[in-house]
Design a protein around this ligand. Structure first.
Ligand SMILES: [Zn+2]
Length: 302
């Protein structure tokens, strides 16, 4: 139980604006079928994707440990078979909190290899330290450049291109159902993006990844974001344009020789800020600044 308690405590520290640590006993899991054999589950934490059908169920993310029973009940409520596979879109605890329960239940966990690296060592999510994960919590199958699932009459591509929210992001695209789950590469209607620079996130990589996801999708695609309601490719494009516009503003100021300390009081992104948003204009300016200064590998062209 110690893990559960610490994850909830960490959530309370690092997510002040979006929500306090929820009372999990009151959380209800709502399901929305977005295409035949594809559903999204809303509860507390990141939106859960589900592929279900004759070959079994694949879960995309798993929110928080105290919700696992309710999540599995919601899956069964759709008439779905038991969960065989789980994909973590990234390592944040509001997307991976159920890993230990599911791992112990025999579910095979997939993720980008950087997800496993951070979970093994423990790391910082936002501003809070997260302790090393137990063995059952860890992804068993890891990849660098994605993997594809051939089941339930569809092909689901787990796409890992450049990350951006972290350095271990995966988006999932159902080719036949024409559904995209973005993880936190997109937060629909939630204001600015969270670029977790402590976890290798970089806004330039994020824009590059979004460009790739826009290419993969089409105007009919249903887009399940990491947080917020199900959207469309138009929402994905608008999200990308908003981010790129903000980056351009900061880049221009930087090019004029302004320092971060000089830019912050001007609050250049304030007009774009959403009330009560998870990420403030200041926080996003800082994340952009760190991203522009980053010396790591630059996003490559396809
Ligand atoms: Zn996240």
């Amino acid at each position: 139980m110690r893990l559960v308690v610490s994850a909830a405590a960490v959530f309370a520290i690092s997510v002040p604006a979006a929500a306090q640590a929820p009372d999990f006993s009151k959380v209800q899991i709502k399901t929305e079928v977005v295409a035949p054999g594809v559903a999204v589950l809303f509860g507390a934490g990141g939106n859960i994707g589900l592929s279900y059908g004759e070959d079994g169920s694949v879960l995309i993310d798993d929110q928080f440990a105290p919700l696992t029973d309710k999540i599995l009940a919601a899956v069964a409520g759709l008439g779905a078979k038991p969960v065989k596979y789980l994909v973590n879109t990234h390592w944040h605890f509001d997307h991976t909190g159920g890993n230990e329960n599911l791992g112990k239940a025999g579910v095979t966990i997939f993720a980008h290899e950087n997800v496993r690296v951070r979970m093994v060592s423990g790391a910082t999510a936002g501003v809070a330290a997260v302790p090393p994960a137990s063995p059952a919590t860890l992804p068993v199958v890891t990849y660098q450049n994605g993997v594809s699932f051939h089941l339930n009459g569809d092909r689901i591509d787990a796409i890992s291109t450049h990350g951006g929210h972290t350095d271990g992001d995966t988006a999932l695209y159902w080719r036949k159902a024409n559904v995209l789950h973005t993880g936190d590469l997109m937060m629909n209607g939630q204001g600015f993006p969270f670029v977790d620079t402590n976890s290798g996130g970089n806004v330039l990589h994020l824009i590059h990844t979004l460009d790739h996801l826009i290419k993969v999708t089409n105007p009919q695609t249903k887009v399940i974001p990491g947080h917020g309601p199900v959207g469309t490719q138009a929402d994905l494009i608008a999200w990308r344009e908003m981010i790129a516009g903000a980056v351009d503003q900061i880049r221009q100021r930087k090019a004029k020789g302004q320092t971060l300390d000089a830019v912050l009081p001007d609050n250049p992104l304030k007009p774009m800020e959403k009330a009560k948003a998870f990420i403030s204009a200041d926080a996003f300016v800082k994340a952009i600044w760190i991203s522009l200064d980053a010396t790591g590998p630059k996003p490559h062209k396809h």
